[in-house]
Design a protein around this ligand. Structure first.
Ligand SMILES: C[S@@+](CC[C@H](N)C(=O)[O-])C[C@H]1O[C@@H](n2cnc3c(N)ncnc32)[C@H](O)[C@@H]1O
Length: 207
């Protein structure tokens, strides 16, 4: 938990409480339904919570921003981002029902109010969002096909509406295949831990 406060210094007491609650909630739920690899649960705050918050270092969502987390699994990056941005609205979707059950239990347990969940496929969502976030779901090209029609054309954030995807490694081939402008932000600019050496946030503007 200290690692979150090291990089996010202006958390409210409520946010400190909510981030602090995640360890016991994920430990409890991960024993019933495996959403985080067992060896990673000890590094929950670095590898899952702080990694998810890498998106916040690139983009501070303004109040009223609507964000879809595609293939959220156990709630990453959506749950940490919803705690950090309590005035934005998050929609977390996954095609596996038991993962959505974990998301619902963890978000209720932590008292998170700005999340709604759907058990279903991203392709079937018909609502409009300012941003789509994701981690570890699929390559950019098919992903773009799933979400291209889901963007609102109302812009009020510092970056253009679009995808903010957590990726790792060399992305040249994947971005070439996507054939759209994509901007890479290295997370080692913000976080000094070795885990972030190869990690990036990629912004794919929708317009
Ligand atoms: C490797 S997991 C990553 C989970 C989470 N984003 C994380 O980083 O911890 C990929 C998730 O994407 C979900 N998924 C794959 N295709 C999907 C689709 N078309 N719509 C919704 N969820 C999908 C899977 O069910 C799975 O939970």
């Amino acid at each position: 938990m200290q690692i979150i406060e090291k990089y996010f210094k202006h958390l409210s007491p409520e946010q400190v409480k909510q981030f602090g609650a995640l360890h016991s909630l994920y430990t409890e739920w991960n024993e019933k339904i495996n959403v985080v690899s067992r060896k990673d649960i000890d590094q929950l705050y670095e590898r899952h919570v702080l990694h998810s918050l890498g998106i916040a270092k690139v983009m501070a969502f303004k109040p009223g921003t609507r964000i879809l987390d595609v293939g959220t699994g156990g709630g990453f990056p959506g749950i940490p981002l919803s705690i950090l941005f309590p005035e934005s609205d998050f929609h977390l979707i996954d095609s596996i029902g038991k993962k959505i059950k974990v998301v619902e239990e963890v978000s209720a347990g932590a008292g998170i109010k700005n999340i709604r969940t759907t058990h279903g496929r991203a392709e079937d969502v018909t609502d409009r969002y300012h941003f789509v976030v994701s981690r570890a779901v699929t390559r950019f090209k098919p992903f773009w096909g799933w979400v291209a029609k889901k963007f609102s054309d109302e812009q009020f954030n510092d970056l253009n509406n679009g995808i903010l995807y957590l990726k790792g490694g060399d992305l040249d081939e994947e971005i070439q295949e996507l054939n759209r402008p994509a901007y890479e932000y290295d997370l080692n600019m913000f976080f000094e831990e070795e885990f972030f050496d190869t990690k990036k946030v990629v912004h794919v503007p929708a317009f």
